[in-house]
Design a protein around this ligand. Structure first.
Ligand code: LMR
Length: 399
């Protein structure tokens, strides 16, 4: 049964992570996988998480199942975190299932879409997170791209995006948006552009699916959720896939959520029954640990404040690094302008160098970035920035 199988290439992001881990160069720099790193290159457990875990250890009374939708305290807190005091919540139109990470949320959402409309095409930005395509295809959906990032101007191709979505997306299709901190480009829609997308969604009757994996990593919680909230307000139906991997630093706990916003409370109940049947058929029930941690934090004013300050520390570090990278590269006398890095959001930017240069950075200098030139700026620190800038300068000088 297995003998005819052909080996598949490793995932571009996870393969890079493994290559970095086995590199013995003491100067190596990991700008690959989207994991936050502090000044020392560590991804520490947040203090608020440690405190919540201590409480959990003392207070947990059972290991029984937590149910198909997961921890209802967690899902309730997530809905308010994502939507604020939103009309959709006041009208009881939102139903949420706790999922194994943001990827789990996307897969559940994809299966849900398939149940709603087996012929739906899901439209993703060009480019998008490397795993979006395979994940949606694995669920049996047709995937198509709409123009998004402009490699020439290092900005958005918004007019083209609008044209393709306006002309080619059909009623019953799904359009995937990144709420903030676009992965891989770091280029986000402005609120005015979200408004235009919301108008299109109404006009064309497509369903927006919003992937929010980096809430709080761009400008702040409310700022990063503003586009999502606007979109959810404008349309009768939408889907939100969220993750607590990055903003709570809970990567390996696999904690996320899939929220369905329906036209009214009754339709939301029906949609929820389908959502939970999807969950039952994939993994039956989610794990408890990450959900309890997030719920414990968000249920306590003190822990929430601590979380806000730790989240702000991560965000500020990323934003300071963006300026530092640009200034250091320009101080090395590199002709090419990297100014755009300052104006993007979240951990990622396309560095904008070509494949041989990316390869040379990896093989000669042990600097790892994804083959598309996506770099995780959080991999830079005060101790490696000069090595990074010198290495880039010498690679670009060989052009
Ligand atoms: C990334 O984009 O690097 C992260 O979301 C990690 C992953 O699973 O790809």
């Amino acid at each position: 049964m297995f003998s005819h199988l052909k080996p598949l290439p490793t995932d571009p992001i996870l393969g890079l992570m493994a290559a970095y881990n086995s590199d013995s160069n003491p100067n190596k720099i990991d700008l690959g996988v989207g994991v936050y790193k502090d000044e020392y290159g560590d991804t520490p457990v947040l203090k608020c998480v440690k405190q919540a875990e201590a409480l959990r250890l003392n207070n947990e009374t059972t290991k029984s199942y937590i149910g198909l939708a997961g921890d209802l305290n967690f899902t309730n807190k997530m809905e308010h975190l994502l939507l604020g005091e939103h009309n959709a919540l006041l009208a009881n139109r939102v139903r949420t299932a706790q999922t194994p990470g943001g990827t789990g949320a996307l897969r559940v959402a994809a299966e849900f879409v398939k149940r709603c409309n087996p012929d739906a095409t899901i439209w993703v930005s060009a480019p998008t997170w490397a795993n979006h395509m395979s994940l949606f295809e694995a669920a049996g959906l047709t995937v198509k791209e709409y123009p998004y990032y402009d490699y020439e101007t290092r900005g958005l191709q918004f007019d083209n995006m609008k044209k393709v979505i306006g002309e080619q997306v059909k009623q019953g299709d799904v359009v995937l948006f990144h709420a903030c901190c676009h992965n891989p480009s770091g280029m986000d829609l402005t609120l005015a552009q979200w408004q235009e997308m919301a108008e299109l969604a109404k006009e064309k009757s497509f369903t927006p699916m919003i992937d929010i994996a980096y809430l709080g990593f761009g400008e702040g919680i409310d700022e990063d959720a503003a586009g999502l909230r606007l979109m959810v307000d404008a349309v009768p139906e939408s889907i939100i896939c969220s993750s607590c991997s990055k903003n709570f630093g809970l990567y390996r706990e696999r904690i996320g959520a899939c929220s369905i916003v329906a036209e009214d409370a009754q339709k939301a109940d029906v949609a929820n029954s389908v959502l939970l049947s999807v969950v039952r058929s994939i993994y039956s029930m989610p794990p408890a640990h990450g959900a309890t941690i997030v719920n414990t934090i968000l249920s306590s004013n003190e822990l929430t404040q601590l979380w806000h300050s730790e989240l702000a520390e991560m965000r500020n570090r990323i934003n300071e690094l963006r300026s530092l990278i640009v200034d250091k590269l320009s101080a090395k006398g590199i002709d090419q302008s990297f100014e755009f890095i300052k104006h993007q959001h979240g951990m990622f930017s396309f560095f904008g160098i070509d494949k041989p240069q990316i390869e040379q950075l990896r093989t000669e200098y042990s600097i790892y970035m994804v083959g598309s030139s996506r770099m995780n700026v959080a991999g830079i620190s005060l101790s490696n920035i000069d090595y990074f800038a010198d290495s880039v300068a010498s690679v670009l000088a060989n052009k």
